[in-house]
Design a protein. Structure first.
Length: 595
């Protein structure tokens, strides 16, 4: 029997009494204690009766809440279905408390999966807000994985010593056997939340001032909670729950898939990429930077097709680029064409480009080097994705932007970079950190590689990342051209692996050591297992399979060397245990298909 939100009036000898509000999740696993004392608000969070956040301030810079008016409670028990994603259906169950003051309302939600709260600035007319002083006071000794610059590396540091301008999500080990990820949801018209430390607490640091018209709602501050690091990834749908529901009425044109990049910027190269995609289970090709001139040149015009002379100078048989012909050829073979456009052209003539690209038959646009600092660019990007949707164009946002749930509102937002992926050739330790840190925010365009000699991981590791990292548009063979890709057993897995899922489970893992992720599409399961620089054998119990059904288990695991894949097929059933042997910096991909 669940208890309702309870209001406890604490009598004290002071002239003004403090008031406490208890917010419990539907099954009472999560408890938020909110205190109102002489106009000051604090909150604390317990998870299974263990402290996750100690008394912490809820405060905006220079914005006095005014006289307290009233409180309101409500609850939700709902399920919704996204157009695509990491799971086919998403629960949205919470209890909510709203505290209303003359000039401010604070909304607090308790989910079984975590806690979220936001501010609503009340009144009429224009306003300016200097900043935000929301605190997250984790238990003493809590450790955090900090990262700076959105494509940086992760470092384990005391949470109370976090360096300024730390990115989100921030994964924290409170030291009590539980886990928490501090994230942001619904950031569409507000400076992004960065993080620092002050007085032993993690604090918000807005990336710019806030201006607008009252009433005005801030994004949600989110605490995803779990008993193990894998819970944070399994529950990342909390950010979608806290975002505005879908506004698109028709979505049949939105089609996830795998993408190969075309780098010769030629008709010949484009058709070769189309042929390779069609033969190897890919759905798109992408013309990357340079197809309309140098991307940093303000005189370059994305309304025209004019390959950058510097990029094609080393290609003696270039032969020019007839983009309409490539698009026609691609459609004939069931392949879509994506165009990269630097933010300079998008800022200058987005309203011309999107209708033009639709007329050309382009499937989508990859936004390059978008601005992310300040409120105006959050508003600009939200509007750009909306305008792309109006022209039935899918979108990939690259470089510094990080997701906060906007793909629920506009499912044409297919994927987002904001990650140190294979453009940097990161270590295996970094790759085994991402599922429990950056991936809590949502999709990450990691850019899987294959033939390049710069890889620091094995082929098995690269294949496994197709499952471990979620990207509805999954860019593969990033530094490879079709004529460079040799026949290999691994190509079969590239062809058959989906990019969206009906169910996601983390079977095993620890930050920076290993990750084993299982994802279901229909009745088939796919598994990706990666390890850091240490060799590892992971033992998995196949408890997620259907009862009384036999499956073909096919694995693509590390072979004799870094550029070798060993394929093994066997029969298994629910409850059986299998072992996957991973080489140093290695991995293993698997498919479970009902027989």
């Amino acid at each position: 029997m669940w208890r309702s939100l309870s209001l406890l009036l604490v009598l004290v000898t002071a002239p003004l009494a403090a008031v406490e509000y208890n917010v419990y999740s539907p099954e009472e696993l999560v408890h938020v204690l909110v205190k109102r004392d002489n106009g000051k608000l604090t909150y604390a969070v317990n998870y299974g009766r263990r402290p996750m956040v100690l008394d912490s301030a809820l405060e905006l810079d220079g914005w006095e809440p005014g006289r307290f008016l009233n409180s309101a409670e409500r609850s939700s028990l709902a399920v919704w279905r996204p157009v695509y994603g990491e799971r086919a259906s998403i629960p949205d169950n919470f209890r909510e408390l709203t505290l209303r003051f003359e000039r401010l309302s604070v909304v607090i939600r308790a989910y079984e999966e975590g806690v979220a709260f936001r501010y609503r600035l009340e009144g009429q007319g224009r306003f300016e807000l200097a900043g935000e002083q929301t605190e997250f006071r984790f238990p003493p000794g809590a450790m955090a994985w900090q990262e700076h610059g959105t494509e940086g590396e992760y470092f384990r540091v005391p949470a109370a010593r976090l360096k300024d301008q730390c990115e989100r999500p921030l994964t924290v080990d409170p030291g009590n056997g539980l886990w928490v990820s501090l994230a942001e949801a619904g950031q569409t018209n507000y400076p992004r939340m960065l993080l620092g430390a002050r007085n032993e607490a993690v604090v918000t640091q807005l990336d710019g001032e806030v201006r607008g018209t009252l009433p005005f709602e801030t994004p949600w501050r989110v605490l995803v909670l779990g008993r193990r690091p894998g819970d944070l990834l399994e529950r990342n749908y909390l950010l979608l729950n806290l975002s505005r529901p879908q506004v698109l009425t028709a979505t049949a044109w939105i089609k996830p898939g795998k993408v190969i990049r075309e780098v010769t910027l030629s008709t010949k190269g484009g058709k070769a990429a189309v042929d390779f995609a069609a033969a190897n289970g890919l759905q798109y090709i992408e013309y990357d930077a340079g197809w309309y001139g140098h991307e940093y040149d303000d005189e370059a015009d994305a309304r025209t097709v004019s390959p950058d002379p510097k990029r094609i100078a080393s290609i003696p048989d270039h032969g020019g680029l007839d983009l309409p012909e490539v698009i026609r050829y691609a459609k004939q073979k069931g392949i879509g064409v994506i165009l990269y456009v630097n933010r300079r052209q998008l800022e200058a003539r987005m309203d011309e480009l999107f209708p033009l690209f639709r007329k050309w038959g382009v499937a989508g646009v990859k936004f390059g080097f978008v601005n992310v600092k300040g409120q105006e660019w959050a508003e600009w990007l939200t509007e750009a994705i909306r305008k792309a949707a109006a022209q039935q164009l899918m979108v990939d946002v690259h470089d510094s932007y990080r997701p906060s749930g906007l793909t629920r509102t506009f499912p044409n937002l297919m994927t987002v970079e904001g990650v140190r992926g294979n453009e940097h050739m990161p270590t295996a330790t970094h790759n085994t950190t991402l599922p429990f840190t950056r991936a809590v925010a949502g999709s990450l365009d990691y850019t899987i590689c294959w033939m390049t000699e710069r890889l620091k991981t094995t082929w098995g590791h690269q294949l496994a990342q197709l499952v471990v990292h979620h990207s509805p548009w999954n860019f593969v063979f990033w530094y490879d051209r079709p004529d460079q890709i040799i026949e290999s057993p691994g190509l079969e897995f590239f062809a058959i692996v989906p990019t969206t899922w009906d169910e996601t489970r983390v079977l095993a893992g620890a930050i920076g050591t290993h990750a084993v992720v299982a994802r279901r599409k229909g009745r088939e399961w796919f598994i990706g297992a990666i390890t850091n620089e240490e060799p590892r054998t992971v033992e998995l119990r196949l408890g997620m399979l259907d009862l009384y059904v036999r499956y073909e288990l096919k694995t693509w695991c590390d072979g004799e060397g870094a550029r070798d894949v060993r394929v093994v097929a066997s029969e298994v059933k629910e409850g059986e245990t299998v072992q996957l042997r991973l080489a140093p910096s290695g991995g293993c991909a698997a498919r479970l298909k009902p027989l």
